[in-house]
Design a binder for this molecule. Structure first.
Ligand code: ATP
Ligand code: MG
Length: 567
C-alpha cells in the first residue's frame, strides 16, 4: 500500500461517510487496491445536468479523498446520437464544477479494436454467437419476468460459422439490423440481462471520432465494463438502474482476458422536484423549442444553471448535503435553492437596482447638484469594502414601494409619509403626479439634509428603507425573471406527458430596469445581490450599452418552512 492509513483517516474523517466510501476504505485497508481509480462516464448525447453533478461529486470526490484518480471517459458507443458539440460542452462543464481529470481522458471508442478482438475471443470459446432473428422474434424468444426465454435456433452455430458471420458483419456484408452478436449465457436465467444479451449491432452511422471505420458498434453493457478494465478502474460507480446489469458486467469480466478486475457499485440517481433529469426529455425541450437552448437559464443543465448564476460551490454543497444512498427519492428544489442562497449570501456583492422604476423628484435638493455616498459592498464580508454611489435631485424607486392609499400594514412610501433611502437621507412624499388616466407617473418629495447616511439627529424613526438609483447616473437594463419550468412536482406524473405540466409563465422580461452604474461592470457569469430583490447574474446577451441580468433566485428562503412542515 502506498497510502498510509494515517493520512487517509485525516482525509476522510471530516467528510460525510456513505456506503461507497465505506467500501473503498475497507478495500484500501485490506490492501485489495494500491490506488483507487474511478471514472465519470458521460455519453456525449446531450449536456450534463444536475444529476451528473451528483455523480461527478461522488466519483471525483472519492478519488481525491482517497488519493486516487478519476477518469473522464466519453461513453461514445452509439454514433446515431453523439456529437462533438456535446463533448466540448461536457469538458467545459466538468471543469467549471471544479474537477480535473488531468491526463486521464478516455473514449470508449479508443477501445473498439480491443473490444472487437475480445468478441472474437468469446466466439472461439463458444460463448458468443451471431443471431439473425428479427427484433420481434428476439423479443418473443426472450421470455418475460415470469417466463423463461427459449433458445434461438441460431444458438448452436459452430464456432467457425459464427466467426465467419461476425467477420462479415464487420466487413459490411449485411444490412443494418440484419443480425447481432450475442453472448451465450442462459436463456432461462431469472435475470433477463443474462438471456443472451446483444454485444454488437450493425449501425451505419458516422462516428464523431472513428468516422466510417466501423459499421458494427458494441452495446453499452459490452463496452462499459471492458473499458473500465482497460483503464484500470477499481470502483465503477453507477446508478441503480444498472443493478440488474451487474451479473452481466461480472460475467463479461470473468470470461474475458481483461487486464484488471473492476467492480460495479450502484447508488440512487438524483431526482429533483419541478424539473426533469433525463437527457431524452431535456433533448425534447430543446428540439421542440420549449426553451431557448441547452443553456437556457430554466434548464437543470450545468450550462443553464451557470447562466442562471448558480455558483459551482453551491452545486457541490448541494451534492454533499443530499449524500449517496441506495434509496430512490425526490429531492426538494427548495434544498437546492437554500444552498444557492447560503453561498451567495456570503459571496455576492450588494448593488442597487430598480426593476420597475417610478420617478422621484426631490424638490428641496438643489438643481444640478449631485453627491457621492458611501455604500457597503457586502455586510457579510468586511473585506469587500465599500463603494460610492451617486445621489441627486431625481431618483428612481421601485413602483411597488409606493402606495397612494396604503392599507394598514404597508409601511413604505405614501403621501405625507417619511422613509429612509438606503445609504442616503430621509425622504417625505409631498405630492403625487398622475397622467390623464390616473396612473402615478412621478412623486414630488422633500429630503432632510440632516439625516445623511440614514440616521436622524432628533431620533425620528421611520419604518422602511428603500433602495433607489440616481436617475442622472442610472444605466438602463433588461432583467429576466425565471420560475420553475414545470408546475408539477413530478412533471408528467398525472398524464404521462411532461408537456402537460409545462409552466407557461416560466420566464418574464423586464425591459426598463434602472441600475446603479457599477453594475454595468459585472463580469458575465458573476452573480450579485440587488438589494431587497434577490440574486442576479450578468447574462452573455449583455452589451456595453445594455446589460442583461438573469434573476438567479429571490431572497426568501422557503427551505426552513418546508423542513418544518415535514417535521
Ligand atoms: P440520462 O438518463 O439523463 O440520459 P444517463 O445515465 O444516460 O442519463 P450518462 O451520460 O450515461 O447519462 O451518465 C453519465 C454518468 O452520470 C453515469 O454514471 C450515470 O449513472 C450518472 N448519472 C446520470 N444521471 C444521473 C442522476 N440523475 N443522478 C446521479 N447520477 C446520474
Ligand atoms: Mg446513459
Amino acid at each position: 500500500m502506498t497510502n498510509s492509513s494515517d493520512t487517509l483517516a485525516v482525509a476522510i474523517d471530516d467528510k460525510p461517510r456513505d456506503f461507497i466510501r465505506e467500501i473503498i476504505a475497507v478495500d484500501i485497508d485490506s490492501g485489495r487496491y494500491n490506488e483507487i481509480v474511478t471514472r465519470f462516464p458521460p455519453e456525449p448525447n446531450g449536456y450534463l445536468h444536475i444529476g451528473h453533478c451528483k455523480s461527478m461529486c461522488l466519483n471525483f470526490g472519492v478519488a481525491s479523498e482517497f488519493h486516487g484518480r478519476c477518469h473522464l471517459r466519453f461513453d461514445d458507443t452509439n454514433p446515431t446520437k453523439e456529437e462533438q458539440e456535446f463533448m466540448t460542452a461536457i469538458e467545459a462543464d466538468v471543469r467549471w464544477l471544479g474537477f480535473d481529470w488531468g491526463k486521464h481522458q478516455y473514449f470508449a471508442s479508443d477501445n473498439f479494436e480491443q473490444l472487437y478482438n475480445w468478441a472474437e475471443y468469446l466466439i472461439t470459446k463458444n460463448k458468443a454467437y451471431v443471431d439473425d432473428l428479427t427484433i420481434e422474434e428476439m423479443r418473443e424468444y426472450r421470455g418475460t419476468l415470469t417466463e423463461p426465454g427459449r433458445d434461438s435456433p441460431n444458438r448452436n452455430r459452430s464456432v467457425d460459422e459464427n466467426m465467419g458471420l461476425f467477420r462479415a458483419m464487420r466487413a459490411g456484408e449485411f444490412a443494418d439490423g440484419a443480425c447481432v452478436l450475442r453472448a451465450k449465457i442462459d436463456m432461462a436465467s431469472g435475470n433477463i440481462n443474462l438471456r443472451d444479451p446483444v454485444l454488437y449491432r450493425i449501425i451505419r452511422a458516422h462516428h464523431p471520432r472513428t468516422g466510417d471505420a466501423w459499421c458494427i458498434y458494441p452495446t453499452y453493457d459490452y463496452a462499459h465494463g471492458q473499458s473500465d478494465a482497460i483503464e484500470g478502474v477499481t470502483h465503477s460507480l453507477c446508478t441503480l438502474e444498472f443493478e440488474d446489469h451487474r451479473p452481466l458486467y461480472d460475467w463479461l469480466i470473468e470470461n474475458l482476458p481483461t487486464p484488471s478486475r473492476p467492480r460495479q457499485y450502484e447508488f440512487s440517481r438524483l431526482n429533483l422536484s419541478y424539473t426533469v433529469l433525463s437527457k431524452r426529455r431535456l433533448t425534447q425541450l430543446v428540439l421542440d423549442g420549449h426553451v431557448t437552448g441547452w443553456d437556457d437559464p430554466r434548464m437543470p443543465t450545468l450550462a443553464g444553471l451557470r447562466r442562471r448564476g448558480l455558483p459551482a460551490a453551491a452545486l457541490r454543497d448541494f451534492a454533499s448535503r443530499i449524500g449517496v444512498t441506495k434509496s430512490d427519492s425526490v429531492v426538494e428544489m427548495a434544498l437546492l435553492e437554500h444552498c444557492v442562497r447560503d453561498n451567495l449570501n456570503k459571496l455576492a456583492l450588494r448593488r442597487m437596482a430598480v426593476l420597475d422604476p417610478l420617478k422621484v423628484v426631490i424638490e428641496n435638493y438643489p438643481e444640478g447638484k449631485s453627491e457621492e455616498l458611501e455604500a457597503l459592498n457586502n455586510p457579510e464580508n468586511d473585506a469587500d469594502g465599500t463603494r460610492m454611489v451617486s445621489f441627486g435631485r431625481e431618483l428612481w424607486i421601485e413602483r411597488d414601494d409606493f402606495m397612494e392609499d396604503p392599507p394598514k400594514k404597508f409601511f413604505r412610501l405614501a403621501p405625507g409619509r417619511e422613509v429612509r433611502l438606503r445609504y442616503a437621507y430621509y425622504l417625505t412624499c409631498t405630492e403625487v403626479i398622475k397622467d390623464s388616466s390616473g396612473n402615478v407617473t412621478e412623486l414630488r418629495c422633500n429630503y432632510d439634509p440632516a439625516t445623511k447616511s440614514g440616521g436622524s439627529p432628533d431620533g425620528r424613526k421611520v419604518k422602511a428603507t428603500l433602495h433607489w438609483v440616481s436617475a442622472e447616473h442610472a444605466v438602463a437594463a433588461e432583467v429576466r425573471l425565471y420560475d420553475n419550468l414545470f408546475t408539477a412536482e413530478t412533471p408528467g406524473a398525472a398524464s404521462g406527458n411532461m408537456l402537460d405540466d409545462i409552466n407557461p409563465d416560466s420566464m418574464g422580461i423586464l425591459s426598463n430596469c434602472q441600475l446603479e452604474p457599477a453594475l454595468s461592470e459585472t463580469a458575465i457569469g458573476d452573480t450579485v445581490q440587488f438589494e431587497r430583490q434577490g440574486y442576479f447574474a450578468a447574462d452573455p446577451d449583455s452589451t456595453p450599452e445594455r446589460p442583461v441580468f438573469n434573476r438567479t433566485i429571490g431572497l426568501r428562503d422557503t427551505w426552513a418552512k418546508v423542513q418544518k412542515n415535514q417535521g
